[in-house]
Design a protein around this ligand. Structure first.
Ligand SMILES: C[S@@+](CC[C@H](N)C(=O)[O-])C[C@H]1O[C@@H](n2cnc3c(N)ncnc32)[C@H](O)[C@@H]1O
Length: 241
């Protein structure tokens, strides 16, 4: 079950250690991402820009064009100054305050890199999105996708409550492979830790991709854990097409 719900992302990031883990992962595995020659990057669901700012400033020294698609206005307020700062005077930001489904046909290709970091959960028909992205890609372009692993207790608890089902990056890989039979996939992964007792309604809405979750569901979610401090895995796939 996917939804097109979107909400400020900073709140969720305050109660988990994901931000630092993501950035460490990009730094530690820069050679696997191999983005040094990227001149153009499309970030779908760029959020508040913390990951993108790091990627743009440290991993993409040759970037000439950064295109962000983000439907949430509170996220955009954080994203724009952060990314402009990271671009260090390179005046190359294109911003679509929109869902990707509505923006995609207006974006000019080709792009070297598409970032789909922690966003596919919110896109109901991501198979169609992957097909529509094809127009924007060329041989050698990369699609970078991150998703929570489905085998963690956090994911199981959300599924037990019937709020969402998960797709792993391997399922996304299968779809990408149909579109690009010769593509090459690389993976990196890391573990995050959270204390489920700290989960707020806002963070729970993001986790479940559901705006209608209330205190009652959140309380049930917290009850499902034997130990409140729990780990979950994040996998990042780099598909070179
Ligand atoms: C969990 S956040 C991830 C943000 C960022 N990519 C990161 O990794 O820090 C998901 C983002 O996707 C955005 N989003 C939700 N639905 C979307 C859609 N249909 N098209 C584009 N972005 C969407 C949300 O507003 C939110 O900023």
């Amino acid at each position: 079950m996917f939804s097109d719900y979107n909400t400020p992302w900073s709140e969720a990031r305050q109660i988990i250690d994901e931000k630092h883990k993501f950035i460490r992962c990009f730094a530690d595995h820069a050679a696997v991402f191999d983005l040094q020659t990227a001149q153009s990057c499309l970030s779908i669901g760029a959020g508040c820009g913390e990951s993108d700012a790091f990627i743009v400033s440290k991993l993409m020294p040759q970037l000439q064009r950064y295109i962000a698609v983000e439907p949430d206005k509170e996220n955009i307020k954080e994203l724009v100054p952060r990314v402009l700062d990271a671009l260090q005077g390179r005046r190359c930001l294109e911003l679509y305050h929109s869902r990707i489904e509505d923006a995609i046909d207006r974006i000019e290709g080709p792009v070297d890199v598409v970032l789909l970091l922690e966003v596919l959960y919110y896109i109901k028909d991501y198979e169609t999105l992957l097909q529509r992205l094809k127009r924007l890609l060329k041989p050698g372009s990369k699609i970078v996708v991150s998703l929570l692993r489905s085998d963690s207790d956090v994911v199981r608890a959300v599924e037990t409550l019937g709020l969402k089902t998960w797709q792993d990056v391997q399922q996304v890989e299968a779809l990408v492979k149909i579109l690009y039979p010769n593509m090459k996939a690389s993976y990196v992964s890391f573990i995050c830790t959270t204390d489920v007792r700290d989960t707020t309604i806002g963070a729970f809405s993001i986790l479940t991709a559901n705006a209608d979750v209330g205190e009652e569901k959140l309380a049930k979610f917290k009850e499902l854990f034997e130990s409140p401090i729990t780990d979950y895995g994040i996998e990042i796939a780099i598909f070179e097409i």
